[in-house]
Design a protein around this ligand. Structure first.
Ligand SMILES: C[S@@+](CC[C@H](N)C(=O)[O-])C[C@H]1O[C@@H](n2cnc3c(N)ncnc32)[C@H](O)[C@@H]1O
Length: 678
């Protein structure tokens, strides 16, 4: 890992809080730090109630811990589960049981893939959807069905009445789904300046404004409750550093360590820093007259303008050593000057492969301009933060709390669960519906589950060892967990139902024309005559098509033609191009029309299954987030407190759950409050 900004710092950044009065945030309980938060409405009395209920056992382990717990303005519940659950334990226990015993849930979350919708007979709708639901679903308009799943009051009289078992399934998914409502802070968030928000879309402005305020407030709480000032925020996967730039700017003025795996993102981030005034352009000292003269000499004779001719008439006399500097401004030489009371950004380029921040911390500890001790070391105290922390990057951010003594807290918002790897290996007979993550014929070779990646899902011992087999999520389940079905509009859903329908019918054409084959997942589940004992034991090879030009989605014929052209001209997979060419190039328009005619009437089957998959996957996301929280909870010796809550409006940004962890304070830094508070 290499630091790409000059090793600079300022003394205030490493100032240690040695007494209560020294903390800039300790202005009493009515200060901004205590009121400016979505959590401000939650009184310490309700925190006490939460403690007395679910956390009684832990709280009784000492007055000091109880005190810290009461003061820290965490939500009443450590997970935003529905009110029907008495405790986090009850929620977790039932969630795990449901997700490993409900056939319908397991089929819809990892048992079926939309590609195989028409490749078997009977099709997926017939085998995946309980029979008594089928007639109701088929008469239901797609948008009406989405309302039933996510918005209708299930206690009201519904016309026509849905089957009782379907209503029961919907209730169950709803009660296991972590709540996503977001109550914006009562006070106005500091507005990002025009310069700081350059490059951000409204969604990013919403995320950055809310999250910058959230982590700043959390750090202030920690400073008050633990007497431990957070000196730096480490942003995991900072991208263009929108969040870090906002935090380094007024009113936050925080010290940021932006860790990013892609160099080009750091280059763009530095350009934006210059624009926002967080850094200065590199100074190029030039003798202007000589410099202009040199530029003039590069213009072809006869093309000089009037001013250039004037300069030529009265030339400056350069010394023989003068070499004009023509280099363009180089962002990597942008000047970041530490200033007392101001924010500062340090970029570190490198790909994090775990939560171990030893390299990063070493660079911060040995920052030559910081307020060092007699051994030349600083005393940084870090909070790991991240938004849109894709795949395992979230795991690294969360693990950093237990792996690095210098990390005092974490606040991580995940996304792109499809990019997470799998820790537990391929499914076993204990996962009768789970489709293994299959290798795409024209994709890079990824045997994800076989890698058994220790950094992958699940993180917590609880999920790893649940009922011996553990909780597994294949690629299909993880991809569906990235959907936001509550946000689907009629036009959008109609668009992707059509795209999935076209893709599923094309897969059937591929199968019929011998481009792909059927794959049996488990040979032991095959009858003597070669037939399959379970419809979930068979799939077809995925073929990656990716997106096509907009015009290709106008009709099934243009879709098929566009897909064949793309697949036969792909330069990466020559071997596969040849097969598609050989098997598909002679397809006639009449044949394409026959497929469309034969499967068209079944499009509603597909939209209903896709809707049920996305709806059920809200529980998959809840499982993923709960696993992250459980991981923090399994380290009570190190982690004082941990919780999950919403930080964004789901309509703006649906991956809106933050996982927070706060390190247990060391005995010497604990603030002892008068007895009456305990
Ligand atoms: C989805 S982007 C989010 C960027 C930024 N957090 C934001 O919200 O604007 C994820 C970023 O994390 C970076 N990234 C992903 N995995 C990483 C890793 N293991 N180490 C370092 N950076 C990583 C990617 O290069 C990308 O810039």
């Amino acid at each position: 890992m290499s630091s790409t900004s000059p090793p600079t710092s300022c003394t205030s950044r490493f100032r240690r809080v040695t007494s209560c009065a020294e903390s800039p945030y300790r202005a009493g309980s009515d200060s901004a730090a205590w009121t400016d938060s979505t959590r401000s409405a939650r009184s310490s009395a309700s925190a006490a109630r939460a403690c007395s209920r679910s956390d009684r056992a832990e709280a009784s382990s000492g007055d000091v811990e109880l005190l810290a717990r009461l003061r820290m303005r965490r939500p009443d519940k450590p997970l935003p589960y529905a009110d029907c659950w008495d405790s986090p334990e009850a929620y977790v226990e039932q969630l795990l049981e449901f997700s490993t015993t409900s056939d319908t849930f397991q089929i819809l979350c990892g048992g079926v893939h939309i590609l195989d919708f028409f490749t078997n007979d009977p099709g997926i709708f017939q085998v995946a959807i309980p029979q008594d639901w089928q007639p109701y679903i088929l008469q239901c308009e797609p948008m009406r069905f989405l309302d039933l799943l996510m918005r209708d009051d299930l206690d009201a009289v519904l016309e026509p009445p849905p089957p009782e078992s379907l209503v029961e399934y919907i209730r169950t998914i709803r009660k296991f789904s972590l709540a996503r409502e977001f109550s914006p802070t009562k006070e106005k968030l500091p507005k990002l300046t025009r310069m700081v928000s350059v490059g951000m879309k409204p969604k990013k402005i919403h995320e950055v404004s809310n999250f910058a305020n959230y982590v700043d407030t959390l750090a202030k709480d920690i400073a008050i409750d633990y007497h431990k000032e957070i000196t730096h925020f480490v942003d995991f996967g900072s991208g263009q550093n929108y969040l870090g730039r906002a935090l380094a700017s007024s009113p936050y003025n925080r010290q940021i360590i932006a860790v990013e795996g892609r160099e080009h993102n750091i280059v763009s981030a530095k350009e934006l820093d210059m624009h926002a005034g967080v850094s200065e352009k590199p100074r190029v000292i030039r003798n202007k007259k000589l410099y202009m003269q040199k530029l003039d000499s590069m213009v072809p004779e006869g093309q000089l303008d009037e001013r250039a001719l004037k300069r030529a008439a009265n030339p400056a006399k350069p010394s023989s050593q003068y070499v004009p500097d023509f280099r363009p401004i180089n962002v990597s030489e942008a000047i970041y000057t530490p200033e007392d009371g101001k924010g500062f950004i340090r970029y570190i380029e490198g790909r994090l492969e775990s939560g171990d921040l030893a390299d990063v911390i070493r660079q911060v500890e040995h920052d030559p301009l910081a307020d060092a001790d007699e051994n030349g070391r600083n005393d940084p105290s870090l909070m790991a933060i991240s938004i849109h922390s894709c795949g395992n990057l979230s795991h690294h951010g969360i693990r950093s709390l237990v792996l690095n003594p210098r990390v005092q807290a974490i606040a991580i918002v995940g996304c792109c669960y499809n990019l997470m790897t799998e820790k537990l290996g391929p499914p076993t007979y204990k996962h009768p519906y789970m489709r293994p993550s299959l290798q795409a014929l024209n994709g890079r070779v990824v045997r994800e589950s076989e890698r058994r990646d220790p950094q992958g899902f699940p993180m917590s011992d609880r999920l790893c060892s649940y009922n011996d087999a553990g909780i597994r999520l294949n690629i299909t389940a993880r991809m569906m967990a990235c959907q936001a079905p509550q946000n689907w509009t009629e036009a959008e859903s109609d668009g992707f139902f059509t795209r999935h329908f076209y893709r599923a019918v094309l897969q059937k054409m591929f199968l019929d024309r011998g481009v792909i084959n059927k794959i049996c997942h488990n040979d032991k589940l095959t009858n003597d005559d070669g037939s399959y004992q379970s419809p979930f034991n068979v799939s077809t090879n995925p073929v990656i098509i990716g997106s096509l030009r907009k015009s290709c989605y106008g009709s099934f014929k243009s879709y098929v033609r566009g897909a064949i052209t793309k697949l036969t001209t792909n330069s990466e997979y020559h071997e596969y191009c040849d097969i598609i060419g050989e098997k598909m190039l002679d397809v006639t328009d009449e044949e394409i029309a026959r497929y469309e005619e034969s499967y068209g009437p079944r499009k509603r089957e597909l939209s209903a299954v896709w809707s049920l998959m996305a709806f059920s996957a809200i529980v998959t996301e809840s499982l993923i987030v709960t696993d992250r929280w459980l991981f923090l909870r399994q380290h009570p010796d190190l982690v004082q407190d941990s919780w999950v809550e919403t930080v964004f409006d789901y309509r703006e940004s649906p991956r809106n759950l933050v996982v927070v962890g706060v390190k247990r304070p060391t005995p010497t830094s604990v603030f002892i409050e008068p007895r009456q508070y305990t």
